[in-house]
Design a binder for this molecule. Structure first.
Ligand code: ADP
Ligand code: MG
Length: 502
C-alpha cells in the first residue's frame, strides 16, 4: 500500500510538457542579450518578406515595453495561433531560410517579457490578435493559445502601418532596466546592424526608436559600415563539403580575413576604440544564410586570443544545409562544430591567424620606430628657431610657474573623428599630434587629392601648414585659451565645409 505521496492515476491529465514549469524555464533559456532575443523577431519579419522593420523600446507604466512592427505578409488566424506555440511553425526543420524550430517567437519573447502580444493582418484594417501571458499560465488560467480576436492596433502605435504586416509587443519587460532604455537602444542598433548587415546592405530598412540601423561590418571592409578602412587579407578560402544527407550534392563554406589599419587607427582614444568594436573585438563571425549566427573564437585550434588579435578579423559563411556540421544552437548565438569540420578548417585558419597576429606585431613595432614622418622630423629640427614653448609646471591660486618644454616631436595621423572639426590636436609631453578628420571635406577634397598628386614637395608643404596650426594651438597655456582654440577650430572647419559644398 502506498501512503503519503499522491498517486497519478491513469485517467488524470499528464501532458508531456508541464506547461507552467516549462514556460518559467524557457524564460531562462539564455539569450545573451536583448539584441539576440530581438534578432529572432527580425528573422521572422525578414522571412515574411518585410522591407521595413520598426523597433520601439520605451518606458511603460511600470516596466519597459518593446514592440516590433513589420510590413511582411502577415498571418492568417491559424498561423497566428501556431506562431505562439512553443515548437509551432509552418517550416519545421526547413533549410531554406532563417527559422527552423518554431521556438524563436515564443522563447525569445518569454525570455524578456511577461506578456507577448501578436497582432497580424493580411488586409488593411483586419487585425487579429492573440497572446501569451506568463502570469496567467502560472496561475493556471491560460492553458491553450487563446483564440484570435479581431481588434485594433494599440492606441500608442502611431506609425503608419502597411496593408499587410505584424506587430509583436512585449509587455512587462522585467529583464530590461527602465533606466537603460537609451543605452539599450544604442546597443541594439549596433548589434542588429551587425547580425543583419547583409540584409540591410541589400535594402532591408530597420529603425530603433526612429533611428536607422546601419549595417556594421565586423571586418571593417564594407564602405557602408559606420567605420571602414580595413583591407582583405589574401583571397577567400573555399571549402567544398558534401551535404550530410545527400552526399551527391555539394555546398560551400567561404572564409575571408581582413587586416585593420594599425597605423591609422592605433591612436584612436581607447573609449572610442571600444565603442567602435575594435578593442576586445577579436574573433570570427559566422554567417548562416546571410545572418550572423555566432561571433567568437572558432576554428583557431591552440591559438590563444591576445590583444594583437583585435587587429585582424575573419568571417565564415555557410548555408543552412550544413547545419549538421556547424550545429548552430536554436537560439542562434553559438555553434558547436563537429570534429570533421574542425579537421577541415582549423589547420588553415589557425595558421592564418598566427600569420596575421605576426603581421600586426610587425606593424606596431614599425610604428613605434617611425612615429615621426620625414616632414615631422624636419619641422622638429626647425622648431628651435621659434620662441620655446612654455607650459604650466605647477600652479597655486597665487602664482603659476611656467617651464620650458624640450625639443618637440611632430606627428600627423588620419582617422574619422566624432567632432565636426577637420583636425584635432593631441599633446603628450613633448609629442604634438595632429589628427586629420577622415570624414571632413578638408581631407576628402584637399588633403587626399594633394597626396595623390604624387608630389612629395606639395605634401610636405601642406604638412608644414598643418604643423604650424598645431604648434600655434600648443602655445595655449590656459584652459580658456584651449577652449577658444577648440571652438574656433570647429567654427572655421564648418565654414570651410560649407564653402567646399559638403
Ligand atoms: N512577423 C511575422 N510575420 C509573419 N509570420 C510570422 C511572423 N513571426 C512569426 N511568424 C510565423 O510564426 C511561426 C513561428 O515563428 P518562430 O517561433 O520564430 O519559429 P520559426 O521561425 O522557427 O518558424 C513562423 O513559422 C511564421 O509562420
Ligand atoms: Mg523564427
Amino acid at each position: 500500500m502506498v501512503t503519503g505521496a499522491r498517486l497519478t492515476t491513469s485517467v488524470e491529465r499528464c501532458p508531456i510538457v508541464a506547461e507552467k514549469n516549462f514556460v518559467l524555464a524557457t524564460r531562462e533559456v539564455g539569450y545573451r542579450s536583448l539584441g539576440h532575443a530581438i534578432a529572432e523577431l527580425v528573422d521572422n519579419s525578414i522571412q515574411a518578406t518585410s522591407r521595413h522593420i520598426q523597433i520601439f523600446l520605451f518606458a511603460g507604466d511600470t516596466e519597459p515595453v518593446f514592440a516590433l512592427l513589420d510590413d511582411g505578409r502577415g498571418m492568417d488566424i491559424q498561423t497566428l495561433r501556431t506562431a505562439l506555440q512553443f515548437g509551432g511553425t509552418d517550416r519545421f526543420n526547413d533549410r531554406s531560410g532563417l527559422g527552423r524550430f518554431g521556438m524563436g517567437l515564443p522563447s525569445s519573447s518569454m525570455s524578456q517579457a511577461r506578456r507577448l502580444e501578436v497582432y497580424s493582418w493580411q488586409r488593411a484594417g483586419h487585425v487579429n490578435h492573440s497572446y501569451l501571458d506568463v502570469d496567467e499560465i502560472v496561475a493556471g488560467r491560460l492553458r491553450e493559445i487563446p483564440m484570435t480576436r479581431r481588434t485594433n492596433l494599440p492606441s500608442w502605435m502611431q506609425s503608419k502601418v502597411s496593408h499587410t504586416g505584424t506587430l509583436v509587443v512585449w509587455q512587462r519587460c522585467d529583464k530590461i532596466s527602465g533606466d537603460q532604455i537609451a543605452t539599450e537602444s544604442r546597443r541594439l542598433r549596433t548589434q542588429l546592424g551587425q547580425i543583419f548587415r547583409y540584409f540591410i546592405w541589400e535594402g532591408t530598412h530597420i529603425t530603433v526608436n526612429g533611428c536607422r540601423v546601419q549595417g556594421v561590418d565586423p571586418l571593417y571592409c564594407n564602405r557602408r559600415s559606420p567605420l571602414s578602412g580595413a583591407t582583405a587579407y589574401g583571397t577567400p578560402l573555399v571549402y567544398k563539403i558534401r551535404l550530410p544527407h545527400n552526399p551527391d550534392k555539394i555546398s560551400t563554406v567561404r572564409v575571408r580575413f581582413s587586416e585593420l589599419p594599425v597605423a591609422e587607427w592605433q591612436g584612436i582614444p581607447i573609449q572610442e576604440k571600444r565603442r567602435l568594436g575594435i578593442v576586445k573585438g577579436a574573433g570570427v563571425s559566422l554567417v548562416r544564410a546571410h545572418r550572423e549566427i555566432a561571433y567568437g573564437w572558432y576554428f583557431l585550434g591552440e591559438k590563444r586570443r591576445e590583444n594583437y588579435d583585435d587587429w585582424w578579423r575573419c568571417e565564415i559563411s555557410f548555408g543552412p544545409e550544413l547545419d549538421e556540421y556547424f550545429h548552430p544552437t536554436h537560439t542562434k548565438q553559438e555553434i558547436h562544430p563537429g570534429a570533421e569540420l574542425e579537421a577541415a578548417l582549423t589547420p588553415d585558419l589557425e595558421a592564418l591567424a598566427r600569420t596575421l597576429n605576426f603581421r600586426v606585431r610587425a606593424s606596431f613595432s614599425k610604428l613605434r620606430s617611425s612615429r615621426q614622418s620625414a616632414t615631422g622630423k624636419l619641422v622638429s629640427t626647425r622648431d628651435k628657431y621659434l620662441p620655446p614653448l612654455r607650459e604650466e609646471a605647477s600652479s597655486t591660486h597665487i602664482q603659476t610657474r611656467r617651464k620650458t618644454v624640450g625639443r618637440l616631436k611632430y606627428s600627423l595621423s588620419v582617422r574619422p573623428l566624432q567632432e565636426d572639426a577637420f583636425y584635432s590636436v593631441r599633446r603628450e609631453n613633448e609629442t604634438l599630434e595632429l589628427i586629420l578628420n577622415k570624414d571632413h571635406a578638408f581631407f576628402e577634397l584637399i588633403y587626399a587629392p594633394l597626396c595623390q598628386k604624387n608630389s612629395p614637395q606639395i605634401r610636405a608643404a601642406i604638412d608644414c601648414l598643418l604643423f604650424a596650426l598645431l604648434r600655434t594651438e600648443a602655445e595655449a597655456t590656459s584652459g580658456v585659451q584651449r577652449y577658444w582654440y577648440n571652438r574656433k577650430r570647429k567654427v572655421w572647419s564648418n565654414i570651410l565645409a560649407t564653402f567646399l559644398g559638403s
